[in-house]
Design a protein around this ligand. Structure first.
Ligand SMILES: *[C@@H]1O[C@H](CO)[C@@H](O)[C@H](O)[C@H]1NC(C)=O
Ligand SMILES: *[C@@H]1O[C@H](CO)[C@@H](O)[C@H](O)[C@H]1NC(C)=O
Ligand SMILES: [Zn+2]
Length: 503
Protein backbone atom coordinates (compact mmCIF):
# COMPACT_ATOMS: atom_id res chain seq x y z
CA UNK A 1 0.00 0.00 0.00
CA UNK A 2 1.50 3.40 -0.91
CA UNK A 3 2.39 5.48 2.11
CA UNK A 4 0.33 8.46 0.91
CA UNK A 5 -2.86 6.42 1.10
CA UNK A 6 -2.08 5.39 4.68
CA UNK A 7 -1.65 8.99 5.74
CA UNK A 8 -4.91 9.87 4.05
CA UNK A 9 -6.83 7.17 5.97
CA UNK A 10 -5.40 8.25 9.31
CA UNK A 11 -6.24 11.90 8.72
CA UNK A 12 -9.78 11.01 7.78
CA UNK A 13 -10.29 9.20 11.07
CA UNK A 14 -8.93 11.90 13.31
CA UNK A 15 -10.39 14.99 11.65
CA UNK A 16 -13.84 15.03 13.25
CA UNK A 17 -12.27 15.06 16.71
CA UNK A 18 -10.02 18.06 16.22
CA UNK A 19 -10.15 20.38 19.18
CA UNK A 20 -10.90 24.03 18.38
CA UNK A 21 -8.96 26.07 20.84
CA UNK A 22 -10.64 29.07 22.34
CA UNK A 23 -14.09 27.56 22.84
CA UNK A 24 -13.67 26.83 26.55
CA UNK A 25 -17.35 26.66 27.43
CA UNK A 26 -18.00 24.15 24.73
CA UNK A 27 -15.10 21.96 25.79
CA UNK A 28 -16.05 22.05 29.44
CA UNK A 29 -19.60 21.15 28.61
CA UNK A 30 -18.45 18.29 26.46
CA UNK A 31 -16.18 17.06 29.22
CA UNK A 32 -19.04 17.05 31.72
CA UNK A 33 -21.24 15.34 29.17
CA UNK A 34 -18.81 12.55 28.58
CA UNK A 35 -18.32 11.89 32.25
CA UNK A 36 -22.03 12.00 32.98
CA UNK A 37 -22.83 9.66 30.14
CA UNK A 38 -20.30 7.25 31.50
CA UNK A 39 -21.68 7.46 35.02
CA UNK A 40 -25.08 6.68 33.55
CA UNK A 41 -23.68 3.37 32.34
CA UNK A 42 -22.66 2.31 35.84
CA UNK A 43 -24.32 -0.51 37.74
CA UNK A 44 -27.10 0.98 39.83
CA UNK A 45 -27.58 4.09 37.70
CA UNK A 46 -31.09 2.89 36.84
CA UNK A 47 -32.17 3.02 40.48
CA UNK A 48 -34.37 5.99 41.30
CA UNK A 49 -34.04 7.33 44.83
CA UNK A 50 -36.99 8.52 46.90
CA UNK A 51 -36.70 11.77 48.84
CA UNK A 52 -35.77 9.87 51.99
CA UNK A 53 -33.20 7.85 50.09
CA UNK A 54 -31.73 11.05 48.72
CA UNK A 55 -31.24 12.31 52.25
CA UNK A 56 -29.72 8.99 53.30
CA UNK A 57 -27.52 9.15 50.22
CA UNK A 58 -26.13 12.48 51.38
CA UNK A 59 -25.11 10.83 54.64
CA UNK A 60 -23.47 7.92 52.86
CA UNK A 61 -21.70 10.15 50.37
CA UNK A 62 -20.54 12.61 52.97
CA UNK A 63 -18.82 9.79 54.89
CA UNK A 64 -17.46 8.14 51.77
CA UNK A 65 -16.13 11.38 50.31
CA UNK A 66 -14.38 12.26 53.54
CA UNK A 67 -12.66 8.87 53.74
CA UNK A 68 -11.62 9.01 50.10
CA UNK A 69 -10.41 12.59 50.11
CA UNK A 70 -8.36 11.93 53.19
CA UNK A 71 -6.87 8.88 51.46
CA UNK A 72 -6.29 10.79 48.23
CA UNK A 73 -4.22 13.36 50.09
CA UNK A 74 -2.61 10.87 52.48
CA UNK A 75 -2.25 7.61 50.56
CA UNK A 76 -0.04 6.24 53.33
CA UNK A 77 -3.14 6.10 55.56
CA UNK A 78 -5.59 4.79 53.00
CA UNK A 79 -6.81 1.46 54.35
CA UNK A 80 -8.20 -0.24 51.26
CA UNK A 81 -4.90 -0.05 49.37
CA UNK A 82 -3.14 -2.05 52.08
CA UNK A 83 -3.18 -5.75 52.79
CA UNK A 84 -6.58 -6.74 54.16
CA UNK A 85 -5.06 -8.05 57.40
CA UNK A 86 -3.82 -4.55 58.13
CA UNK A 87 -7.27 -3.01 58.05
CA UNK A 88 -9.93 -5.70 58.58
CA UNK A 89 -10.58 -4.65 62.17
CA UNK A 90 -9.55 -1.00 61.71
CA UNK A 91 -12.39 -0.23 59.26
CA UNK A 92 -14.98 -1.55 61.66
CA UNK A 93 -14.58 1.77 63.46
CA UNK A 94 -15.63 3.66 60.35
CA UNK A 95 -19.09 5.25 60.56
CA UNK A 96 -19.68 4.24 56.99
CA UNK A 97 -18.83 0.63 57.81
CA UNK A 98 -21.34 0.70 60.64
CA UNK A 99 -24.05 2.00 58.29
CA UNK A 100 -23.25 -0.75 55.80
CA UNK A 101 -23.46 -3.30 58.58
CA UNK A 102 -26.97 -2.13 59.41
CA UNK A 103 -27.98 -2.04 55.75
CA UNK A 104 -30.16 -4.89 54.48
CA UNK A 105 -27.90 -6.78 52.10
CA UNK A 106 -30.25 -9.37 50.63
CA UNK A 107 -28.56 -12.69 49.96
CA UNK A 108 -25.14 -14.23 50.46
CA UNK A 109 -24.63 -16.32 47.34
CA UNK A 110 -21.00 -17.45 47.37
CA UNK A 111 -19.87 -18.89 50.69
CA UNK A 112 -18.16 -22.14 51.66
CA UNK A 113 -19.35 -24.51 54.38
CA UNK A 114 -16.69 -24.44 57.12
CA UNK A 115 -14.89 -21.20 56.23
CA UNK A 116 -17.50 -18.72 57.37
CA UNK A 117 -16.93 -18.20 61.10
CA UNK A 118 -13.90 -16.62 62.72
CA UNK A 119 -10.96 -18.34 64.42
CA UNK A 120 -12.23 -17.55 67.93
CA UNK A 121 -15.42 -19.38 67.14
CA UNK A 122 -13.53 -22.44 65.92
CA UNK A 123 -11.30 -22.31 68.96
CA UNK A 124 -14.37 -22.52 71.18
CA UNK A 125 -15.34 -25.77 69.50
CA UNK A 126 -12.12 -27.31 70.79
CA UNK A 127 -13.50 -26.92 74.32
CA UNK A 128 -16.13 -29.60 73.64
CA UNK A 129 -15.77 -32.85 75.56
CA UNK A 130 -14.32 -36.03 74.06
CA UNK A 131 -12.14 -34.21 71.58
CA UNK A 132 -8.74 -35.72 70.82
CA UNK A 133 -5.91 -34.00 69.03
CA UNK A 134 -2.80 -35.24 67.29
CA UNK A 135 -0.03 -32.70 66.74
CA UNK A 136 2.37 -33.45 63.92
CA UNK A 137 5.22 -31.38 62.61
CA UNK A 138 3.22 -28.97 60.46
CA UNK A 139 -0.32 -30.09 60.87
CA UNK A 140 -2.87 -31.29 63.30
CA UNK A 141 -5.74 -33.78 63.44
CA UNK A 142 -8.88 -33.84 65.53
CA UNK A 143 -11.25 -36.63 66.40
CA UNK A 144 -14.20 -36.88 68.76
CA UNK A 145 -14.25 -40.25 70.44
CA UNK A 146 -15.40 -41.94 73.65
CA UNK A 147 -12.05 -43.69 73.96
CA UNK A 148 -8.55 -42.82 72.80
CA UNK A 149 -8.60 -43.19 69.00
CA UNK A 150 -6.69 -46.12 67.60
CA UNK A 151 -6.41 -44.74 64.06
CA UNK A 152 -2.94 -43.83 62.82
CA UNK A 153 -1.94 -40.25 63.45
CA UNK A 154 1.83 -39.92 63.03
CA UNK A 155 2.56 -39.02 66.67
CA UNK A 156 -0.05 -39.66 69.37
CA UNK A 157 -3.66 -38.88 70.16
CA UNK A 158 -4.21 -36.82 73.31
CA UNK A 159 -7.33 -35.40 74.87
CA UNK A 160 -7.44 -31.70 73.99
CA UNK A 161 -8.43 -30.99 77.58
CA UNK A 162 -5.27 -32.68 78.94
CA UNK A 163 -3.04 -31.13 76.31
CA UNK A 164 -4.43 -27.66 76.99
CA UNK A 165 -3.57 -27.81 80.66
CA UNK A 166 -0.14 -29.28 80.01
CA UNK A 167 0.90 -25.93 78.52
CA UNK A 168 2.19 -23.27 80.89
CA UNK A 169 -0.89 -21.20 80.18
CA UNK A 170 -4.22 -21.91 78.49
CA UNK A 171 -3.68 -18.85 76.29
CA UNK A 172 -0.42 -20.21 75.02
CA UNK A 173 -2.10 -23.42 73.94
CA UNK A 174 -5.12 -21.62 72.48
CA UNK A 175 -2.91 -19.29 70.47
CA UNK A 176 -1.03 -22.29 69.16
CA UNK A 177 -4.29 -23.90 68.06
CA UNK A 178 -5.71 -20.70 66.60
CA UNK A 179 -2.89 -20.53 64.08
CA UNK A 180 -4.49 -23.49 62.34
CA UNK A 181 -7.86 -21.75 62.17
CA UNK A 182 -6.99 -18.62 60.24
CA UNK A 183 -4.99 -17.20 57.35
CA UNK A 184 -4.40 -14.01 59.28
CA UNK A 185 -0.78 -13.36 60.24
CA UNK A 186 1.11 -10.14 60.92
CA UNK A 187 3.49 -10.41 57.93
CA UNK A 188 1.39 -11.80 55.06
CA UNK A 189 3.49 -10.25 52.33
CA UNK A 190 6.62 -12.05 53.56
CA UNK A 191 4.98 -15.41 54.21
CA UNK A 192 2.46 -15.61 51.38
CA UNK A 193 4.81 -14.87 48.52
CA UNK A 194 2.84 -16.47 45.71
CA UNK A 195 -0.60 -17.87 44.96
CA UNK A 196 0.36 -21.50 45.58
CA UNK A 197 1.86 -20.62 48.95
CA UNK A 198 -1.27 -18.92 50.25
CA UNK A 199 -3.54 -21.58 48.74
CA UNK A 200 -1.50 -24.27 50.50
CA UNK A 201 -2.16 -22.64 53.85
CA UNK A 202 -5.79 -22.14 52.84
CA UNK A 203 -6.33 -25.80 51.93
CA UNK A 204 -4.44 -26.94 55.03
CA UNK A 205 -7.14 -25.23 57.08
CA UNK A 206 -9.76 -27.57 55.65
CA UNK A 207 -7.54 -30.63 56.11
CA UNK A 208 -6.57 -29.75 59.69
CA UNK A 209 -10.12 -29.03 60.81
CA UNK A 210 -11.83 -31.91 59.06
CA UNK A 211 -12.12 -34.15 62.13
CA UNK A 212 -13.39 -31.23 64.15
CA UNK A 213 -16.12 -30.05 61.76
CA UNK A 214 -17.26 -33.41 60.44
CA UNK A 215 -18.35 -34.54 63.88
CA UNK A 216 -22.10 -34.49 63.31
CA UNK A 217 -23.08 -32.35 66.33
CA UNK A 218 -20.35 -29.80 65.49
CA UNK A 219 -21.39 -29.72 61.83
CA UNK A 220 -24.94 -28.91 62.86
CA UNK A 221 -23.94 -26.33 65.43
CA UNK A 222 -21.58 -24.64 62.97
CA UNK A 223 -24.30 -24.30 60.36
CA UNK A 224 -26.81 -23.00 62.88
CA UNK A 225 -24.33 -20.35 64.01
CA UNK A 226 -23.50 -19.54 60.39
CA UNK A 227 -27.14 -18.75 59.74
CA UNK A 228 -27.21 -16.68 62.89
CA UNK A 229 -24.13 -14.78 61.86
CA UNK A 230 -25.60 -14.14 58.41
CA UNK A 231 -28.82 -12.88 59.93
CA UNK A 232 -26.83 -10.64 62.30
CA UNK A 233 -25.12 -9.12 59.27
CA UNK A 234 -28.56 -8.29 57.84
CA UNK A 235 -28.61 -11.05 55.28
CA UNK A 236 -32.01 -12.60 54.52
CA UNK A 237 -31.00 -15.69 52.64
CA UNK A 238 -27.95 -17.89 52.04
CA UNK A 239 -26.75 -20.20 49.29
CA UNK A 240 -24.08 -22.35 50.85
CA UNK A 241 -21.54 -24.32 48.85
CA UNK A 242 -20.44 -27.53 50.51
CA UNK A 243 -18.21 -30.47 49.70
CA UNK A 244 -20.64 -32.49 51.87
CA UNK A 245 -17.97 -34.47 53.73
CA UNK A 246 -18.93 -37.74 55.41
CA UNK A 247 -19.93 -36.99 59.00
CA UNK A 248 -19.32 -39.25 62.00
CA UNK A 249 -20.71 -39.68 65.49
CA UNK A 250 -19.14 -40.38 68.87
CA UNK A 251 -19.38 -44.16 68.32
CA UNK A 252 -17.36 -43.86 65.13
CA UNK A 253 -20.31 -44.41 62.76
CA UNK A 254 -19.69 -42.69 59.44
CA UNK A 255 -22.49 -41.29 57.25
CA UNK A 256 -22.67 -40.47 53.56
CA UNK A 257 -22.95 -37.11 51.77
CA UNK A 258 -26.72 -37.40 51.53
CA UNK A 259 -26.87 -37.45 55.33
CA UNK A 260 -24.70 -34.33 55.44
CA UNK A 261 -27.17 -32.57 53.17
CA UNK A 262 -30.03 -33.77 55.34
CA UNK A 263 -28.29 -32.37 58.43
CA UNK A 264 -28.14 -28.98 56.75
CA UNK A 265 -31.83 -29.14 55.95
CA UNK A 266 -32.74 -30.20 59.47
CA UNK A 267 -30.71 -27.36 61.00
CA UNK A 268 -32.20 -24.88 58.56
CA UNK A 269 -35.74 -25.91 59.52
CA UNK A 270 -34.90 -25.49 63.18
CA UNK A 271 -33.35 -22.10 62.53
CA UNK A 272 -36.36 -20.89 60.59
CA UNK A 273 -38.58 -21.92 63.48
CA UNK A 274 -36.38 -19.98 65.89
CA UNK A 275 -36.05 -16.99 63.55
CA UNK A 276 -39.11 -16.79 61.29
CA UNK A 277 -37.86 -13.52 59.76
CA UNK A 278 -35.01 -15.38 58.05
CA UNK A 279 -35.81 -16.35 54.47
CA UNK A 280 -33.85 -19.57 54.38
CA UNK A 281 -30.96 -21.21 52.64
CA UNK A 282 -30.16 -23.52 49.78
CA UNK A 283 -27.31 -25.85 49.06
CA UNK A 284 -24.86 -25.81 46.18
CA UNK A 285 -23.13 -29.17 46.19
CA UNK A 286 -19.51 -28.25 45.46
CA UNK A 287 -16.99 -31.08 45.81
CA UNK A 288 -13.32 -31.02 44.82
CA UNK A 289 -12.29 -30.42 41.21
CA UNK A 290 -9.03 -32.37 41.67
CA UNK A 291 -10.59 -35.65 40.53
CA UNK A 292 -11.17 -37.60 37.35
CA UNK A 293 -14.29 -37.96 35.22
CA UNK A 294 -15.36 -41.16 36.95
CA UNK A 295 -15.58 -39.34 40.26
CA UNK A 296 -17.52 -36.48 38.70
CA UNK A 297 -20.01 -39.03 37.44
CA UNK A 298 -20.45 -40.18 41.05
CA UNK A 299 -20.83 -36.56 42.17
CA UNK A 300 -23.67 -36.17 39.70
CA UNK A 301 -25.38 -39.26 41.10
CA UNK A 302 -25.16 -37.76 44.58
CA UNK A 303 -26.55 -34.45 43.30
CA UNK A 304 -29.42 -36.30 41.67
CA UNK A 305 -30.24 -38.12 44.87
CA UNK A 306 -30.21 -34.96 46.96
CA UNK A 307 -32.45 -33.32 44.39
CA UNK A 308 -34.85 -36.24 44.64
CA UNK A 309 -34.92 -36.20 48.43
CA UNK A 310 -34.85 -32.43 48.96
CA UNK A 311 -35.97 -30.80 45.70
CA UNK A 312 -36.46 -27.38 47.28
CA UNK A 313 -33.16 -27.40 49.13
CA UNK A 314 -30.64 -28.15 46.39
CA UNK A 315 -29.85 -25.08 44.31
CA UNK A 316 -27.24 -26.75 42.12
CA UNK A 317 -23.71 -27.95 41.54
CA UNK A 318 -20.18 -26.54 41.40
CA UNK A 319 -16.57 -27.75 41.71
CA UNK A 320 -14.05 -26.29 44.17
CA UNK A 321 -10.28 -26.04 44.62
CA UNK A 322 -7.52 -23.93 43.15
CA UNK A 323 -8.38 -23.63 39.46
CA UNK A 324 -4.77 -23.33 38.28
CA UNK A 325 -3.95 -26.70 39.88
CA UNK A 326 -7.22 -28.64 39.61
CA UNK A 327 -8.83 -30.10 36.53
CA UNK A 328 -10.46 -27.64 34.12
CA UNK A 329 -14.22 -27.91 33.65
CA UNK A 330 -13.83 -29.08 30.08
CA UNK A 331 -12.40 -32.39 31.28
CA UNK A 332 -15.82 -33.26 32.65
CA UNK A 333 -17.83 -31.86 29.78
CA UNK A 334 -19.76 -35.00 28.90
CA UNK A 335 -20.63 -35.84 32.54
CA UNK A 336 -21.78 -32.28 33.14
CA UNK A 337 -23.77 -32.04 29.90
CA UNK A 338 -25.51 -35.27 30.74
CA UNK A 339 -26.67 -33.98 34.12
CA UNK A 340 -27.47 -30.46 32.97
CA UNK A 341 -31.19 -31.09 32.48
CA UNK A 342 -31.59 -31.78 36.17
CA UNK A 343 -28.91 -29.64 37.77
CA UNK A 344 -28.25 -25.91 37.81
CA UNK A 345 -24.61 -24.94 37.58
CA UNK A 346 -22.75 -22.29 39.57
CA UNK A 347 -19.18 -22.91 38.49
CA UNK A 348 -16.11 -21.27 39.92
CA UNK A 349 -14.41 -19.99 36.78
CA UNK A 350 -11.69 -17.54 35.87
CA UNK A 351 -10.33 -17.20 39.42
CA UNK A 352 -6.90 -16.72 37.89
CA UNK A 353 -4.34 -14.28 36.59
CA UNK A 354 -3.16 -16.69 33.87
CA UNK A 355 -4.65 -15.27 30.68
CA UNK A 356 -5.45 -17.81 27.97
CA UNK A 357 -4.89 -20.88 30.17
CA UNK A 358 -7.39 -23.61 30.96
CA UNK A 359 -8.37 -21.89 34.24
CA UNK A 360 -9.01 -18.67 32.33
CA UNK A 361 -11.03 -20.55 29.73
CA UNK A 362 -13.19 -22.21 32.38
CA UNK A 363 -15.21 -19.04 31.86
CA UNK A 364 -16.27 -20.22 28.41
CA UNK A 365 -17.07 -23.68 29.78
CA UNK A 366 -19.29 -22.19 32.47
CA UNK A 367 -21.17 -20.15 29.87
CA UNK A 368 -21.76 -22.94 27.37
CA UNK A 369 -22.83 -25.31 30.15
CA UNK A 370 -25.57 -22.83 31.02
CA UNK A 371 -24.29 -21.74 34.45
CA UNK A 372 -26.83 -19.61 36.34
CA UNK A 373 -24.03 -17.68 37.99
CA UNK A 374 -20.25 -17.78 37.78
CA UNK A 375 -18.09 -17.87 40.90
CA UNK A 376 -15.46 -15.10 40.83
CA UNK A 377 -15.13 -14.63 37.03
CA UNK A 378 -12.11 -12.55 38.00
CA UNK A 379 -10.54 -12.93 34.53
CA UNK A 380 -13.63 -12.08 32.51
CA UNK A 381 -12.64 -8.47 31.79
CA UNK A 382 -9.99 -9.87 29.45
CA UNK A 383 -12.72 -11.50 27.34
CA UNK A 384 -14.89 -8.92 25.59
CA UNK A 385 -17.00 -11.52 23.81
CA UNK A 386 -17.61 -13.60 26.95
CA UNK A 387 -18.58 -10.38 28.74
CA UNK A 388 -21.21 -9.80 26.06
CA UNK A 389 -22.48 -13.37 26.38
CA UNK A 390 -22.72 -13.11 30.14
CA UNK A 391 -24.79 -9.96 29.77
CA UNK A 392 -26.97 -11.41 27.03
CA UNK A 393 -27.64 -14.60 28.97
CA UNK A 394 -28.00 -12.68 32.22
CA UNK A 395 -25.50 -14.82 34.12
CA UNK A 396 -24.57 -13.18 37.39
CA UNK A 397 -20.91 -12.84 38.38
CA UNK A 398 -20.29 -13.59 42.05
CA UNK A 399 -17.43 -11.25 42.88
CA UNK A 400 -15.45 -11.82 46.09
CA UNK A 401 -13.07 -8.87 46.30
CA UNK A 402 -11.46 -9.57 49.64
CA UNK A 403 -10.97 -13.23 48.86
CA UNK A 404 -9.20 -12.28 45.62
CA UNK A 405 -6.93 -9.92 47.52
CA UNK A 406 -6.10 -12.37 50.31
CA UNK A 407 -5.60 -15.23 47.86
CA UNK A 408 -3.21 -13.07 45.86
CA UNK A 409 -4.92 -12.33 42.58
CA UNK A 410 -4.72 -8.60 43.20
CA UNK A 411 -2.70 -6.58 45.68
CA UNK A 412 -4.52 -3.25 45.80
CA UNK A 413 -8.30 -3.53 45.51
CA UNK A 414 -8.42 -0.31 43.49
CA UNK A 415 -7.03 -2.46 40.69
CA UNK A 416 -9.64 -5.17 41.09
CA UNK A 417 -11.50 -5.92 37.83
CA UNK A 418 -14.75 -5.37 39.70
CA UNK A 419 -14.22 -1.66 39.02
CA UNK A 420 -14.57 -2.37 35.30
CA UNK A 421 -17.54 -4.67 35.80
CA UNK A 422 -19.37 -1.98 37.78
CA UNK A 423 -18.49 0.71 35.26
CA UNK A 424 -19.94 -1.41 32.46
CA UNK A 425 -23.11 -2.39 34.27
CA UNK A 426 -22.36 -6.10 34.32
CA UNK A 427 -24.68 -8.39 36.32
CA UNK A 428 -22.67 -8.46 39.54
CA UNK A 429 -23.38 -9.77 43.00
CA UNK A 430 -20.99 -9.19 45.89
CA UNK A 431 -20.07 -12.09 48.08
CA UNK A 432 -17.46 -13.14 50.62
CA UNK A 433 -16.29 -16.70 49.80
CA UNK A 434 -14.53 -17.67 53.07
CA UNK A 435 -14.80 -14.64 55.37
CA UNK A 436 -14.04 -16.54 58.58
CA UNK A 437 -10.53 -17.28 57.41
CA UNK A 438 -9.68 -13.59 57.15
CA UNK A 439 -11.73 -12.40 60.12
CA UNK A 440 -14.37 -10.62 58.07
CA UNK A 441 -18.10 -10.32 58.63
CA UNK A 442 -20.40 -12.33 56.38
CA UNK A 443 -20.89 -9.49 53.87
CA UNK A 444 -20.23 -6.11 55.47
CA UNK A 445 -16.50 -6.04 54.77
CA UNK A 446 -16.98 -6.97 51.13
CA UNK A 447 -19.68 -4.35 50.68
CA UNK A 448 -17.55 -1.70 52.36
CA UNK A 449 -14.45 -2.52 50.33
CA UNK A 450 -16.49 -2.56 47.12
CA UNK A 451 -18.07 0.80 47.91
CA UNK A 452 -15.00 2.62 49.21
CA UNK A 453 -12.07 0.75 47.71
CA UNK A 454 -13.25 -0.40 44.29
CA UNK A 455 -16.18 1.60 42.94
CA UNK A 456 -15.93 5.13 41.57
CA UNK A 457 -15.84 7.97 44.05
CA UNK A 458 -19.16 8.98 42.48
CA UNK A 459 -20.83 5.60 43.04
CA UNK A 460 -23.55 6.15 45.63
CA UNK A 461 -26.42 4.54 47.48
CA UNK A 462 -27.92 3.46 44.16
CA UNK A 463 -25.00 1.06 43.68
CA UNK A 464 -25.37 -0.39 47.17
CA UNK A 465 -29.10 -0.83 46.73
CA UNK A 466 -28.62 -2.42 43.34
CA UNK A 467 -26.04 -4.87 44.70
CA UNK A 468 -28.31 -5.92 47.53
CA UNK A 469 -31.23 -6.17 45.13
CA UNK A 470 -29.17 -8.21 42.62
CA UNK A 471 -28.26 -10.72 45.28
CA UNK A 472 -31.92 -11.65 45.61
CA UNK A 473 -32.72 -11.37 41.91
CA UNK A 474 -29.94 -13.75 40.92
CA UNK A 475 -30.59 -16.17 43.77
CA UNK A 476 -32.47 -19.45 43.57
CA UNK A 477 -34.72 -18.43 46.45
CA UNK A 478 -38.14 -20.10 46.19
CA UNK A 479 -40.42 -17.21 47.03
CA UNK A 480 -38.54 -14.47 45.20
CA UNK A 481 -41.38 -11.97 44.94
CA UNK A 482 -42.09 -12.23 48.63
CA UNK A 483 -38.39 -11.88 49.45
CA UNK A 484 -38.07 -8.80 47.25
CA UNK A 485 -41.15 -7.30 48.80
CA UNK A 486 -39.79 -7.92 52.29
CA UNK A 487 -36.42 -6.56 51.24
CA UNK A 488 -38.08 -3.32 50.17
CA UNK A 489 -39.84 -3.03 53.50
CA UNK A 490 -36.59 -3.55 55.42
CA UNK A 491 -34.74 -1.18 53.13
CA UNK A 492 -37.28 1.58 53.67
CA UNK A 493 -37.12 1.03 57.41
CA UNK A 494 -33.34 1.23 57.30
CA UNK A 495 -33.39 4.44 55.26
CA UNK A 496 -35.95 6.01 57.58
CA UNK A 497 -33.91 5.10 60.63
CA UNK A 498 -30.72 6.72 59.42
CA UNK A 499 -32.49 9.80 58.10
CA UNK A 500 -34.31 10.21 61.40
CA UNK A 501 -31.07 9.83 63.39
CA UNK A 502 -29.51 12.64 61.40
CA UNK A 503 -32.35 15.12 61.15
C1 LIG B 1 -7.69 3.78 58.15
O1 LIG B 1 -6.43 3.57 58.79
C2 LIG B 1 -5.89 4.66 59.53
C3 LIG B 1 -4.62 4.21 60.16
O2 LIG B 1 -3.65 4.09 59.18
C4 LIG B 1 -6.89 5.23 60.49
O3 LIG B 1 -6.35 6.34 61.17
C5 LIG B 1 -8.14 5.59 59.74
O4 LIG B 1 -9.08 6.18 60.58
C6 LIG B 1 -8.69 4.32 59.12
N1 LIG B 1 -10.07 4.35 58.70
C7 LIG B 1 -10.62 4.95 57.65
C8 LIG B 1 -12.07 4.75 57.54
O5 LIG B 1 -10.03 5.62 56.85
C1 LIG C 1 -16.31 -18.43 73.07
O1 LIG C 1 -16.72 -18.90 74.33
C2 LIG C 1 -16.73 -17.91 75.33
C3 LIG C 1 -17.01 -18.59 76.65
O2 LIG C 1 -18.12 -19.42 76.58
C4 LIG C 1 -17.74 -16.85 74.96
O3 LIG C 1 -17.80 -15.85 75.93
C5 LIG C 1 -17.36 -16.25 73.63
O4 LIG C 1 -18.32 -15.31 73.21
C6 LIG C 1 -17.21 -17.32 72.58
N1 LIG C 1 -16.67 -16.74 71.38
C7 LIG C 1 -17.17 -16.94 70.18
C8 LIG C 1 -16.50 -16.23 69.07
O5 LIG C 1 -18.11 -17.66 69.98
ZN1 LIG D 1 -15.37 -19.93 46.30
Amino acid sequence: MPQKWLVFVCTLITTPFLVFSGNVDFIIKERANLLQKELDLMLGSDMVLTDSEKKANEIFMDLKTRELEYGFKNPQYYNCSKHFFEYNTEIMNSELFKLIQKMPKGALLHAHDTALLKADYVLNLTYWDNLYVCFQENNINFLFSEDRPTTFCGTKWELVKDKRYSFSTVEEFDNELKKYFTLVIHNPKEVYTDINGVWKKFQDYFINTEGLFSYKPVWEKYFYDTLKSARDDNIMYLEIRSVLPPLYDIKGNVFDSITTAECYKKVLDKFKTDFPDFFGAKLIYAPSRSVDAEVVKKYMEIAKEIKKKMPDFLAGFDLVGQEDLGAPIKEFMSELIEASDETNYFFHAGETNWYGTSSDENLADAIVLGARRIGHAFAIVKHPLLMEEVKKRNIALEVNVISNAVLKLVEDVRNHPLALLLAQNMPVVISSDDPGLWEAEMLSHDFYVTFVGVASKHADLRLLKKLAFNSLCYSEISNKDKALHEFNIRWTKFIDSIVKDKW
